[in-house]
Design a protein around this ligand. Structure first.
Ligand SMILES: [Zn+2]
Ligand SMILES: [Zn+2]
Length: 104
């Protein structure tokens, strides 16, 4: 199950589960759209992969007998921060951004 992390790992802004601004890589590293577009240029600082919009988990179960939705699987409350420095991230992005995610 996708872990819905509560913040951008770079600028630390809040990314609640219903936020359309949340972006994730395939490892669930989570950033805001502003950081992904403006600073990361679609390069994950950790794995180097691209980002997609994080799917929004529904609040409630819509099927009888199925325990689904935030009601049963709430968002994580553990804030995550990238361990890499700004300088490191800039060099990493520069090295990778010209290659499309499908070719990395
Ligand atoms: Zn951010
Ligand atoms: Zn990643």
């Amino acid at each position: 199950m996708l872990q819905l992390r509560p913040n951008c790992e770079l600028c630390d802004c809040d990314l609640p589960p219903e936020s359309p601004e949340a972006r994730i890589c395939s490892y669930e590293c989570t950033y805001c759209a502003g950081c992904v577009d403006g600073i990361l240029r679609n390069v994950c600082p950790t794995c180097g992969g691209g980002f997609q919009t994080r799917p929004i988990r529904p609040k409630q179960s819509y099927r009888e007998g199925e325990n689904l939705g935030l009601q049963f699987h709430p968002a994580s409350e553990q804030r995550v921060h990238s361990p890499y420095t700004g300088e490191d991230i800039r060099a990493h992005v520069l090295r990778i951004k010209a290659t499309n995610p499908e070719d990395r």
